[in-house]
Design a protein around this ligand. Structure first.
Ligand code: MN
Length: 413
């Protein structure tokens, strides 16, 4: 069974009050279509937070519907399963689900009732049986609904005579997950311990946390396949940076499951972003000391950049006139560039705050800063102080060796 797992689309999001992100979302769907064509998954799973708000505009509903209908038309064999997240209106998604069913798309809005009657067949609503396996389709549920999950897993077990893979969806915060980029009070959801989810599934496709991660496993940085034992639980992560604090790559997860209880192989497919988030100046060691400096930098920046979200970093005591933001907007407008400005500036009290190698032993490096580094030696030297046993001399020798070898290979070619 092969699934393409994604979540937290937040379709229709407007950022910094006035910037519409529809083109970024459509760019994501374009990539999704390409991957479905290339990898031919059995199922496309969207694990909640389809929309950014419970009542998106008619234009947004329409644009999302068009994307799903287009997928249905292009890939008639693909199963499409979509469950509601905490950002979605469960009732609205549920209300449309019968029509979607006619189009061969499974949409689940509302969770099973807490006190479900025995023997009335309610389980069927939350189980999709495919030739390649089973999918338990749970949307966002408030509270700890371990009993519901266990009950459905047991039910699937009774149907699963051929030992087919079992996938379950959920939209929740699991204990111990990496919540980088989220507000401390994410969605008012109390984290749930993963043990409470049972062990009757092979792959738990979760939404809600925006950083891609396999629970209890080290992060994946490449696009190579990684194999894990069953059961494995994973957040696919959001498709776009929902805020500038989500300073990590976004991807969809391509998941292969051979049989129930067998290994799970996961590949991250990196999503190309239409606009990146930059904090200026990109050299975070030198925040702007005043408005004049920022305007000068920005003027230069606008000549070399076409598309981006930006925010500015100032020293705490920087002198900023009241009309500063309006001058920034004007400057951007005059440039004609697609630069989107976040008027909430960052103030840094101590230049060393957030840098590597200062006496305080901090080891944070700005991602934008890393992106600017062309010479790998520079990066290594920046972090070298964190490894007292490391010899710069030995490192230099090794780099020379690698460079010489690379040159030799290029010449041979
Ligand atoms: Mn979300």
């Amino acid at each position: 069974m092969r699934i393409l797992h994604t979540a937290d689309i937040h379709f229709g999001q407007n950022i910094y009050q006035n910037y519409d992100r529809l083109d970024e979302h459509l760019h994501f769907f374009k990539q999704l279509r390409k991957w479905i064509d290339e990898y031919t998954p059995d199922v496309l799973l969207i694990s909640g937070d389809i929309y950014d708000v419970a009542q998106p505009s008619a234009a947004i509903w329409s644009a999302f519907n068009s994307q799903i209908v287009e997928l249905r038309r292009s890939f008639p064999k693909l199963s499409i399963i979509i469950v509601a997240g905490n950002h979605d209106s469960a009732a609205r998604i549920e209300a449309h689900s019968k029509v979607w069913e006619m189009a061969g798309v499974t949409m689940v809005g509302t969770p099973p009732p807490i006190l479900h009657a025995a023997g009335d067949g309610w389980e069927d609503r939350y189980i999709v049986r495919l030739p390649s396996g089973f999918v338990i389709t749970l949307p966002y549920m408030s509270g700890d609904r371990a009993d519901t999950m266990l009950h459905l897993q047991k039910h699937v077990e009774s149907l699963n005579e051929e030992n087919l893979p079992v996938v379950m969806t959920a939209h929740l915060a699991a204990v111990g997950c990496d919540t980088e980029g989220h507000d401390p009070a994410i969605g008012n959801i109390r984290p749930i311990s993963i043990e409470r989810f049972g062990s009757g599934y092979d792959y738990l496709a979760i939404g809600h946390i925006h950083k891609a991660q396999t629970l209890g496993q080290p992060p994946i940085f490449d696009e190579e396949p990684h194999t894990y034992p069953s059961p494995t639980a994973r957040y696919s992560g959001s498709v776009l940076h929902v805020s500038e604090d989500e300073n990590y790559p976004h991807s969809v997860s391509l998941v292969d499951i051979g049989r129930h209880g067998g290994d799970i192989t996961i590949r991250q497919l990196r999503i190309e972003q239409l606009r990146h988030f930059l904090t200026l100046p990109t050299d975070s060691a030198n925040p702007f000391a005043n408005a004049k400096e920022a305007i000068k930098y920005l003027t230069k920046f606008l000549k070399t950049h076409d598309k981006a979200y930006i925010r500015l970093r100032f020293l705490q005591n920087a002198d900023i006139p009241a009309d500063f933001n309006s001058s920034v907007y004007t400057l951007i407008e005059q440039s004609g560039k697609d630069i989107r400005y976040n008027p909430r500036m960052i103030f840094v009290s101590d230049v060393n705050d957030g840098f590597i190698g200062d006496e305080g032993g901090r080891h944070r490096i700005d991602i934008e800063e890393i992106k600017q580094i062309k010479d790998p030696r520079k990066f290594v030297m920046m972090t070298a102080q964190s490894y007292p046993g490391l010899s710069e001399e030995v490192l230099d020798e090794l780099f020379d060796e690698v460079e010489a070898e690379a040159r030799r290979m290029t010449e041979e070619k």
